[in-house]
Design a protein around this ligand. Sequence first.
Ligand code: C2E
Ligand code: CA
Ligand code: CA
Ligand code: CA
Length: 276
Amino acid sequence: AKAAGQGGFSLYSPDAHERARQRVRLVSDLREALEHNRLELAWQPQFGLDNRRVTGFEALARWQRDDGRPISPAEFIPLAEQSGLIAQLGRWVIDTATAEAKALLQARPELEQARFALNLSPYQLDDSLPKILTDGLAAAGLPAGALEVEITESALFADQERVTETLNAIGSTGVRLAVDDFGTGYSNIARLKLLPIHRLKLDRSLITDLEHDHSDREIVRALLAMAEALGLDVVAEGVETQAQATFLAQAGCPQAQGYLYARPQPLEPLLTWLRG
Ligand code: C2E
Ligand code: CA
Ligand code: CA
Ligand code: CA
């Protein structure tokens, strides 16, 4: 074995070894959590900026390890992608989100017009995905038009041919498509026009400094104008302050999502919150 610190052989250093060990452990815990149905969804409501009415919900995956420690999806989703667990995790999200959306609609029929969004990993975008979605909808008894799938702007521009085929197939099922983390730098209007997209989600990084950053305000105005020209719906993500909400409403942004309004929460507390 090579000594730690010897240039080029850091793979053998105790630190790297320990990190690799922890990763393997995390992957096996994630596999087990999936097998025993121990992941959860948290739902974050979205609101009309003019009237503060709920217009939809986004499902976000949650995982607590056996020791009670929550692991962020920003950590376990990439791990699932790298370890091949993402197909199983993605299917669990689809089946669970459709079932919970149906339960929510049964409890609150007046939310009939609401859209239920879930996040897709680019690794899920293959031939089998449209059927996984329609199977989940059929099992839950949820109409396709109630479901929205979010795919990041960066994923839209990678591997274009395969992505285009899959998104067109999803579009023809009636499921709606939203571009997540929009405005972070990949946009190509010609490509946006070619895809069956319904909605843009303005990335939180554009919203955070709206109050202080003149150029962010101008970028948001320009993106809203572009969305309008393309006939796309828009939701601003990560809205935390009233000043941000006020600017967005005045700029004509139709919807918002963020801690100012509500945090993501599991179905049961969400139902209680909706009754409140
Ligand atoms: P995302 O899809 O961009 O989701 C928005 C993230 O911002 C969520 O973090 C949400 O809890 C958080 N957020 C919402 N409002 C606010 C706010 O006002 N301020 C701030 N600072 N944050 C806010 P979360 O739940 O930790 O998820 C992180 C990322 O993990 C997601 O980013 C998404 O990329 C990924 N992810 C989560 N669930 C899933 C899933 O089921 N499947 C896939 N493929 N990815 C997922
Ligand atoms: Ca999202
Ligand atoms: Ca996002
Ligand atoms: Ca994000």
